[in-house]
Design a protein around this ligand. Structure first.
Ligand code: ADP
Length: 266
């Protein structure tokens, strides 16, 4: 058993394909091309990659990027163990050595000096330099890099540099078509298809408020939460309020607009 084996996904994750994303990812993986999953939060990017890792029988190592993340957090560092300094591989190095798929979630959150670490892994070199250790790690033939990116959040300061984005094959994840999204919500939350469909109708209305003060509308994830609350006995309105409206916004006017949408469809 190698270090990445604990990152294997043993049972098939439920994933409802919404387009040609499975075929695109498989083609990209065949050539070990880096992939960028684009789309709003909570629309199925992570679940998709879990499914693909299971399908391709590769371990999946996930790194959640954030602004304080350093290069060492990704690649590893020397740590003091009794009597000596010992090197500990970070998650990226673990994936590179062990032939896993490495998923860097929300990559733009990371600082530029951290993002550039992935560059030599995303071209013909397929190398990871560990400068502190004076080692150049050649990627395992099965290693592949996938990142996620939410175009909705980006500002001029926080955007992917052209030199980074052009390295990736991109797959676009919007919210699925309403009947498909309702199927997902019903399946994941356990509520009946009719109630799932009304939740999706409400979500669509909330998504129309994007740009009018609301950064994002209700995500598929939020609808699943609401469905679970309904299954536990809450009324649709109470469930939508707790799982969707309150987490989405603190603005009184927007809450009113969302409450009106709830009244109209739930
Ligand atoms: P993201 O990574 O885009 O933020 P997730 O992959 O975590 O979002 O999706 C949130 C939840 O929505 C998942 O846990 C899953 O329950 C559900 N989901 C979204 N899309 C799908 C899909 N196509 N098939 C199955 N479940 C989905």
């Amino acid at each position: 058993m190698t270090a990445v084996d604990s990152f294997r996904i043993e049972t098939e994750p439920y994933y409802r394909p919404v387009g040609d994303e499975v075929a695109v990812f498989e083609a990209a993986y065949q050539h070990r091309l880096p992939v960028m999953l684009k789309g709003p939060t909570g629309c199925g990017k992570t679940r998709f990659l879990e499914y693909m890792a299971w399908r391709l029988r590769r371990p999946l190592v996930t790194v959640a990027a954030h602004e304080d993340m350093t290069a060492a957090d990704m690649i590893g560092r020397f740590l003091l163990v009794p009597g000596e300094m010992a090197w500990h591989d970070g998650p990226l190095t673990l994936a590179v050595r062990g032939g896993a798929i490495c998923y860097v979630d929300e990559i733009v959150e990371a600082r530029q000096d951290t993002i550039v670490i992935i560059h030599p892994l995303t071209d013909a070199r397929r190398m990871l330099p560990l400068e502190k250790k004076n080692e150049l790690v050649a990627a395992h033939p099965d290693f592949q890099l996938t990142i996620s990116y939410n175009p909705g959040y980006q500002s001029a300061v926080k955007d992917l540099k052209e030199s980074t984005r052009q390295r990736f094959v991109a797959i676009d994840f919007g919210y699925p078509a309403p009947p498909v999204e309702a199927e997902i919500v019903a399946c994941e939350s356990g509520i009946d298809p009719g109630r799932a469909a009304t939740l999706v109708e409400f979500a669509q209305r909330s998504r129309n408020l994007r740009g009018q003060g609301l950064e994002e509308g209700a995500s598929t994830r939020m609808l699943i939460h609401a469905g679970r609350l309904m299954l536990a006995g809450l009324s649709p309105a109470a469930a939508a309020q707790a799982a969707i409206v309150l987490p989405l916004t603190d603005d009184a006017e927007l809450r009113e607009a969302l409450a009106a949408a709830i009244a109209a469809c739930l």
